[in-house]
Structure formats: C-alpha cells, structure tokens
Design a protein around this ligand. Structure first.
Ligand SMILES: [Cu+2]
Length: 376
C-alpha cells in the first residue's frame, strides 16, 4: 500500500527519468545552445496589452479582427487548489485549477502576437504546478520554464505563430495525468489576424462565444461504494490514481461539475445570432452534439489554417485538443448541448443547455397534429 508521501515521491522519481532533458536557460544571455535571441529593441516597441480573463463559459473581451500589428498580451493566472462539489449528491472533489475554474479561463490573442503569462502558485497551495501550451513551440510547451513551487511565480513569453484553438494544461513531471484529471486544463485561442473565414476567404464572425471544457473525473469510493471525501488533493492522490488506472470515470462533466451549464446556468443566445462554441478535453475523447441544431462550421481539430467542415451533426474532439464550432440559431427553445456518447451525457453529467429566445419558424418545423389517439 502506497502512502501519500511515498506515492508523491515515487511519482517525482519516475519524472526524473522521463524528463531527463537538459535544463533550459531562461535567460537569453546565458543560453548554452547559442540560440537566437529575441530582438529587445523590436520587442520593446511592441504595444503591451493587459488581458482581463473571465471564468468559463464566458471568454475575455477581444477583437475578432486584429487592429494594427502584433502586440504582447500580458496574462496572469493563479493556481488554486480547492475542494469543490461536483454533483447534486454533494460529492466533493479536490480540484486543482487555473484561476479557480474548470477549465481555466480561455486566453485569446491573434496570430503573430506574443503571449506573456505570469503563473502564480500561492504559498497556500501544497503542490508544484506549471503550464504546457499546445500552441507554443519548445521546452515541452513552456512547462519546463514555468514549474513553480508553492510561494513562487514564473513568467513565460512565446510567439503565437499558429492560429487555432489549443489546449493548455498543467504538466508537472510524473504527475501530469493527475493534475489534468483534477481540473488543470483550458483553451488558448489564436485568431487569424483577419478573423475567421469559411475556407473560401469569406469572413465568419460571431455574436457570442462560449468555452466548454469536458472533464472525466475519477472519485474513489469507500468499502460501501460511497464516494470518499479527502482533506486535500495530496490526501486523495494515491486512491485517485488507483481509480484512474482503470480508465472508468465516475463523472464526465462540462466545466467542473454536473449542472454547471444547465437550468439557471444555461448558455444563452437569440434567434439569428451566431455563436462560437469552443470545446476542449485534456484526457478523454469527446463527441459534442447540439440537439436540434448543427455545427454550421466546424474546426474539429481546432486549427484555423484549415478550412472548416460544414453541417456536422456530431464532431469529434480528441483528448488533448480543443475544437471550434460556429452555429447560427434558427429556432427558439432550450437546446441540449451534449456529449453524444449519451452514457456520458445522461448518466455521468456531460450535458449543457443553450436557452435561445426568439420566434419559431414554422416552415423549418411545425407540429402537423398533436399526440392523440391512433385513428383507424
Ligand atoms: Cu498542476
């Protein structure tokens, strides 16, 4: 039986083997590879913009078409280790989060901009954390340069050279899967400077944007089958890994908990509005589906250099990626936005609502006769 301490130590020992890459110089003037350095003069001339991150499903205010040339966008994210409730039965979960939410906030820049992130790990936390940006190039996505212990912060700058939506996640050596299943992932959106297009050069704009993170959660049970509660993430570590190894999640949820986007928490839109939905997953594959609607334009792989696909019924988000879908709502009502692995949606929690106001289009659909006795 592994104790918590030996399990954590063991994970660190494994990590030392798998991440035997040479230590990278953070200071450009001390770079052992003799690498190219950023032009300090050119960087100093770039305008700096401070981003104001907001919790999902909302996304920070941004221009769909870039105004002017590249900028350095400054972000700050604070890692928060905290207990949350993940279902209506009051099951508790020791969440590890970027900025307190699951997923973390969605970061938005334009292609050619620089992302400059300060990652803060307050001394009230108990674990090391970092960040691996799938949209960045080098140093394990930046995770080698951002590993911060409680009480530390680090800053990373990278150039966003590829457009698209990309996953970011925590990746501490040997403990990545646990940190990601515990909540530490999110989306970076790098928009083309001229905004989204349909693949034939026609502009695609959106009236609203929502960001959804799908999480498979692995909550240990006690001898009687009841979900166990733990005092801290570290206390939950060894038992949680045993559940994770079997690859059978106890919950599959959008944005951290069952019901985070249903009922009063529903996403909203109006008939005629075009909505951009971002969908990310750190671990498990997902099958987003808008019941009664469609994916008008879908970047399944989430990369805007590729033309979008049209009129999808269900789209596939690979674990370890983010995708994007654009839909113009044509009918009012409560739409279910689900994982069409319906076992996940109905039994495990992966369901959301979009509440759409407006007038019904009877040409698109109408009830010819209401349910009644069978006529012979
Ligand atoms: Cu972490």
């Amino acid at each position: 039986m592994l104790t918590r301490r030996s399990a954590l130590f063991g994970a660190a020992a494994v990590a030392a083997v798998v991440s035997a890459a040479p230590a990278l110089a953070i200071d450009e003037s001390d770079d052992p590879t003799g690498g190219t350095v950023a032009d300090p003069g050119a960087l100093a001339k770039l305008p700096r913009v401070k981003a104001e991150l907001v919790p999902p499903p909302n996304v920070m205010t941004h221009d769909q078409i870039a105004k002017g040339g590249p900028v350095i966008v400054e972000f700050r994210m604070t890692v928060t280790e905290k207990q949350i409730v993940i279902d209506d039965e009051g099951t508790t979960f020791q969440a590890l989060t970027f900025d307190g939410s699951m997923p973390g906030p969605t970061l938005v820049v334009h292609e050619g901009d620089y992302v400059e992130l300060t990652l803060i790990n307050p001394d009230t936390n108990t674990l090391p954390h970092n960040i691996d940006f799938h949209g960045a190039t080098g140093a394990l996505g930046g995770s080698q340069l951002t590993l911060v212990n409680p009480g530390e912060q680090a800053s990373l700058r990278f150039k966003a050279t590829r457009s698209g939506v990309f996953l970011y996640h925590c990746a501490p050596p040997g403990m990545t899967a646990w940190h990601v299943t515990s909540g530490m992932s999110g989306t970076l959106m790098v928009l083309p400077r001229n905004g989204l297009t349909d693949g034939d050069g026609k502009s695609l704009s959106y009236d609203r944007i929502y960001t959804i993170g799908e999480f498979d959660l692995y909550v240990p049970r006690d001898d009687k089958g009841a979900y166990r509660a733990y005092e801290s993430a570290g206390d939950a570590f060894a038992d949680t890994l045993e559940v994770m190894k079997k690859l059978i999640p106890t919950h599959v949820v959008f944005n951290g908990k069952v019901g985070s986007l249903t009922g009063d928490n529903a996403m909203t839109a109006k008939v005629g509005e075009t909505v951009l939905f971002l969908h990310s997953s750190g671990i498990m594959d997902c099958r987003p589906h808008l019941i009664g609607g469609h994916g008008d334009w879908v970047w399944e792989h989430g990369k805007f250099a590729n033309p979008p696909q049209r009129n999808y019924e269900t789209w596939f988000i690979r674990g370890g990626s983010a995708g994007a879908m654009v839909y113009t709502f044509l009918q009012p009502g409560i739409y279910n936005y689900v994982d069409h692995n319906l076992i996940k949606a109905e039994l495990l929690g992966a369901a959301a609502h979009v509440s759409v106001e407006g007038q019904w289009n009877h040409d698109l659909m109408t009830q010819v006769s209401a349910p009644g006795p069978i006529k012979t």
